[in-house]
Design a binder for this molecule. Structure first.
Ligand SMILES: C[S@@+](CC[C@H](N)C(=O)[O-])C[C@H]1O[C@@H](n2cnc3c(N)ncnc32)[C@H](O)[C@@H]1O
Length: 188
Protein backbone atom coordinates (compact mmCIF):
# COMPACT_ATOMS: atom_id res chain seq x y z
CA UNK A 1 0.00 0.00 0.00
CA UNK A 2 1.18 3.54 -0.70
CA UNK A 3 1.64 5.62 1.30
CA UNK A 4 2.80 2.81 3.57
CA UNK A 5 1.07 1.89 6.81
CA UNK A 6 3.02 2.69 10.01
CA UNK A 7 3.70 -1.04 10.52
CA UNK A 8 5.44 -1.19 7.14
CA UNK A 9 7.09 2.21 7.39
CA UNK A 10 8.91 1.16 10.54
CA UNK A 11 10.60 -1.67 8.58
CA UNK A 12 11.65 0.79 5.87
CA UNK A 13 13.16 3.16 8.43
CA UNK A 14 14.83 0.50 10.58
CA UNK A 15 16.34 -1.27 7.57
CA UNK A 16 18.72 1.70 7.28
CA UNK A 17 19.69 1.63 10.96
CA UNK A 18 20.09 -2.05 11.86
CA UNK A 19 23.44 -3.60 10.95
CA UNK A 20 24.47 -7.27 10.74
CA UNK A 21 25.57 -8.41 14.20
CA UNK A 22 23.33 -5.98 16.10
CA UNK A 23 21.22 -6.84 19.12
CA UNK A 24 17.58 -5.71 18.79
CA UNK A 25 14.31 -6.24 20.66
CA UNK A 26 10.76 -6.97 19.50
CA UNK A 27 8.75 -6.02 22.62
CA UNK A 28 5.43 -7.31 21.20
CA UNK A 29 6.16 -10.40 19.09
CA UNK A 30 2.51 -11.13 18.17
CA UNK A 31 2.35 -13.15 14.95
CA UNK A 32 6.06 -12.70 14.36
CA UNK A 33 6.08 -10.35 11.35
CA UNK A 34 8.30 -7.79 13.06
CA UNK A 35 10.48 -10.51 14.62
CA UNK A 36 11.13 -12.05 11.19
CA UNK A 37 12.04 -8.64 9.78
CA UNK A 38 14.44 -8.00 12.68
CA UNK A 39 16.00 -11.49 12.42
CA UNK A 40 16.67 -10.92 8.74
CA UNK A 41 18.19 -7.49 9.43
CA UNK A 42 20.64 -8.62 12.15
CA UNK A 43 21.85 -11.64 10.16
CA UNK A 44 23.52 -14.78 11.47
CA UNK A 45 25.83 -12.89 13.86
CA UNK A 46 23.04 -10.78 15.41
CA UNK A 47 20.52 -11.38 18.16
CA UNK A 48 16.80 -10.65 18.45
CA UNK A 49 15.06 -10.72 21.82
CA UNK A 50 11.35 -11.23 21.15
CA UNK A 51 8.81 -10.91 23.97
CA UNK A 52 5.07 -11.50 24.18
CA UNK A 53 2.73 -12.02 27.10
CA UNK A 54 0.65 -14.65 25.26
CA UNK A 55 1.75 -18.25 24.71
CA UNK A 56 -0.22 -18.21 21.44
CA UNK A 57 1.87 -15.33 20.13
CA UNK A 58 5.13 -17.03 21.10
CA UNK A 59 4.01 -20.21 19.25
CA UNK A 60 3.04 -18.21 16.13
CA UNK A 61 6.33 -16.36 16.17
CA UNK A 62 8.32 -19.57 16.61
CA UNK A 63 6.45 -21.12 13.68
CA UNK A 64 7.22 -18.27 11.23
CA UNK A 65 10.84 -18.13 12.38
CA UNK A 66 11.22 -21.86 11.71
CA UNK A 67 9.68 -21.45 8.25
CA UNK A 68 12.36 -18.84 7.48
CA UNK A 69 15.09 -20.82 9.31
CA UNK A 70 15.74 -17.81 11.57
CA UNK A 71 15.04 -19.53 14.90
CA UNK A 72 18.73 -19.57 15.89
CA UNK A 73 18.91 -15.77 15.74
CA UNK A 74 16.05 -15.19 18.21
CA UNK A 75 15.52 -15.62 21.96
CA UNK A 76 11.77 -15.93 22.58
CA UNK A 77 10.40 -14.91 25.98
CA UNK A 78 6.84 -15.46 27.15
CA UNK A 79 6.18 -12.66 29.65
CA UNK A 80 5.70 -8.92 29.95
CA UNK A 81 7.90 -6.46 28.12
CA UNK A 82 7.91 -4.49 31.37
CA UNK A 83 10.86 -6.76 32.22
CA UNK A 84 12.75 -6.25 28.97
CA UNK A 85 15.75 -4.51 30.56
CA UNK A 86 16.73 -7.77 32.29
CA UNK A 87 17.53 -9.45 28.96
CA UNK A 88 20.18 -7.00 27.72
CA UNK A 89 23.06 -4.87 28.95
CA UNK A 90 22.62 -1.12 29.35
CA UNK A 91 23.31 0.90 26.17
CA UNK A 92 23.73 -2.23 24.02
CA UNK A 93 20.66 -2.37 21.75
CA UNK A 94 20.41 -0.93 18.22
CA UNK A 95 16.61 -0.97 17.83
CA UNK A 96 13.52 -1.71 19.90
CA UNK A 97 10.08 -2.19 18.35
CA UNK A 98 6.69 -1.94 20.07
CA UNK A 99 3.58 -2.68 18.03
CA UNK A 100 0.94 -1.93 20.65
CA UNK A 101 -2.64 -3.19 20.96
CA UNK A 102 -3.95 -6.74 20.67
CA UNK A 103 -3.02 -9.87 18.73
CA UNK A 104 -5.05 -9.97 15.50
CA UNK A 105 -7.28 -13.04 15.44
CA UNK A 106 -6.98 -13.65 19.21
CA UNK A 107 -8.74 -12.39 22.35
CA UNK A 108 -8.87 -8.59 22.00
CA UNK A 109 -9.19 -8.30 25.79
CA UNK A 110 -5.48 -9.11 26.02
CA UNK A 111 -3.90 -5.88 24.88
CA UNK A 112 -1.00 -3.70 25.88
CA UNK A 113 -1.68 -1.60 28.99
CA UNK A 114 -0.54 1.91 29.86
CA UNK A 115 1.39 1.07 33.03
CA UNK A 116 3.36 -1.88 31.67
CA UNK A 117 3.97 -0.11 28.35
CA UNK A 118 5.41 2.96 30.11
CA UNK A 119 7.53 0.74 32.36
CA UNK A 120 8.83 -1.08 29.29
CA UNK A 121 9.62 2.20 27.53
CA UNK A 122 11.67 3.31 30.52
CA UNK A 123 13.68 0.08 30.23
CA UNK A 124 14.01 0.54 26.48
CA UNK A 125 15.49 4.02 26.89
CA UNK A 126 18.22 2.57 29.13
CA UNK A 127 18.85 -0.45 26.89
CA UNK A 128 19.36 1.57 23.68
CA UNK A 129 22.88 2.47 22.62
CA UNK A 130 23.79 5.88 21.19
CA UNK A 131 22.24 6.15 17.74
CA UNK A 132 19.81 3.38 18.67
CA UNK A 133 16.17 3.72 17.67
CA UNK A 134 12.93 3.10 19.53
CA UNK A 135 9.93 2.55 17.21
CA UNK A 136 6.38 2.43 18.61
CA UNK A 137 3.21 1.82 16.59
CA UNK A 138 0.24 3.28 18.51
CA UNK A 139 -3.46 2.48 17.92
CA UNK A 140 -5.64 5.35 19.20
CA UNK A 141 -8.74 4.01 17.37
CA UNK A 142 -9.77 1.33 19.88
CA UNK A 143 -10.99 1.58 23.47
CA UNK A 144 -8.01 1.91 25.77
CA UNK A 145 -5.71 2.48 22.81
CA UNK A 146 -6.61 6.18 22.80
CA UNK A 147 -5.34 6.75 26.32
CA UNK A 148 -2.31 4.51 25.85
CA UNK A 149 -1.34 6.27 22.60
CA UNK A 150 -1.57 9.71 24.21
CA UNK A 151 0.47 8.63 27.24
CA UNK A 152 3.16 7.00 25.08
CA UNK A 153 3.46 10.07 22.87
CA UNK A 154 3.69 12.33 25.90
CA UNK A 155 6.33 10.09 27.49
CA UNK A 156 8.51 10.15 24.36
CA UNK A 157 8.05 13.91 23.89
CA UNK A 158 9.54 14.41 27.36
CA UNK A 159 12.66 12.33 26.74
CA UNK A 160 15.90 14.23 26.92
CA UNK A 161 18.69 13.40 24.50
CA UNK A 162 16.39 11.86 21.87
CA UNK A 163 15.27 13.07 18.44
CA UNK A 164 11.58 12.34 17.95
CA UNK A 165 9.34 11.96 14.88
CA UNK A 166 5.68 11.05 14.40
CA UNK A 167 4.19 9.56 11.22
CA UNK A 168 0.50 8.91 10.57
CA UNK A 169 -1.89 8.25 7.71
CA UNK A 170 -4.54 10.96 7.46
CA UNK A 171 -7.97 9.34 7.53
CA UNK A 172 -11.53 10.61 7.72
CA UNK A 173 -12.55 7.54 9.70
CA UNK A 174 -11.56 6.65 13.25
CA UNK A 175 -8.23 7.82 14.63
CA UNK A 176 -5.44 6.34 12.53
CA UNK A 177 -2.56 4.30 13.89
CA UNK A 178 0.65 6.28 14.08
CA UNK A 179 4.36 5.55 14.34
CA UNK A 180 6.65 7.24 16.85
CA UNK A 181 10.40 7.08 16.26
CA UNK A 182 12.85 8.15 18.97
CA UNK A 183 16.59 8.14 18.20
CA UNK A 184 19.07 8.28 21.09
CA UNK A 185 21.62 11.06 20.62
CA UNK A 186 25.17 10.77 21.85
CA UNK A 187 25.86 12.23 25.33
CA UNK A 188 28.77 14.29 24.05
C1 LIG B 1 -0.38 -5.74 17.59
S1 LIG B 1 0.20 -7.22 18.33
C2 LIG B 1 1.90 -7.28 17.81
C3 LIG B 1 2.08 -7.63 16.35
C4 LIG B 1 3.46 -8.18 16.06
N1 LIG B 1 4.52 -7.24 16.27
C5 LIG B 1 3.57 -8.80 14.68
O1 LIG B 1 4.49 -8.44 13.91
O2 LIG B 1 2.76 -9.66 14.36
C6 LIG B 1 0.40 -6.74 20.06
C7 LIG B 1 0.96 -7.87 20.91
O3 LIG B 1 1.31 -7.32 22.18
C8 LIG B 1 1.21 -8.37 23.11
N2 LIG B 1 1.24 -7.85 24.48
C9 LIG B 1 0.22 -7.28 25.19
N3 LIG B 1 0.66 -6.91 26.41
C10 LIG B 1 1.98 -7.26 26.47
C11 LIG B 1 3.00 -7.14 27.48
N4 LIG B 1 2.74 -6.58 28.68
N5 LIG B 1 4.22 -7.62 27.21
C12 LIG B 1 4.52 -8.18 26.00
N6 LIG B 1 3.58 -8.33 25.01
C13 LIG B 1 2.35 -7.86 25.24
C14 LIG B 1 -0.08 -9.06 22.71
O4 LIG B 1 -0.13 -10.37 23.24
C15 LIG B 1 0.01 -9.01 21.17
O5 LIG B 1 0.53 -10.21 20.68
Amino acid sequence: MFPPRPTHLLHVLLADIIQPGDTVIDATAGNGHDTVFLAEAVGDAGRVIAIDIQAEAISSTRRVLEEKRFENRVDLHEGSHAELAQYVAKSSVAAIVFNLGYLPGADHAVMTQVDSTLHALAGAVIALKEGGVLAVVCYPGHKGGDVESARVESCLRHLENFRLAKYELLSTQRASPFLLIACKKSDS
